[in-house]
Design a protein around this ligand. Structure first.
Ligand SMILES: [Zn+2]
Ligand SMILES: [Zn+2]
Length: 81
């Protein structure tokens, strides 16, 4: 459907190979590319929901409706490499 091994980023719409994408197992076929993740890291890892940084000990979550990252505890879907 999307071509061999390519994933569609739910945030930027980019097509990336599987190894360049993080997956959200709770949502079928949902991926976020590592470029979007790196951009968010550069901007300070701020949670879109509570506006505080997501520290290393917290699980990173993806808010697909808002195309933003945040805490999994704030309602984001957990991401896995
Ligand atoms: Zn992306
Ligand atoms: Zn939060």
């Amino acid at each position: 459907m999307f071509g061999l091994g390519k994933r569609i980023c739910g945030f930027c719409g980019g097509k990336v190979p599987g190894k360049r994408a993080l997956r959200a197992p709770d949502r079928n076929g949902a991926y976020v590319c590592k470029a979007c993740y790196a951009q968010w890291e550069r901007e300070g890892r701020r949670c879109v929901e509570c506006q505080t940084p997501v520290a290393g000990a917290h699980d990173v979550g993806a808010f697909f409706e808002r195309r933003a990252f945040g805490h999994a505890d704030c309602g984001g879907m957990k991401l896995f490499a």
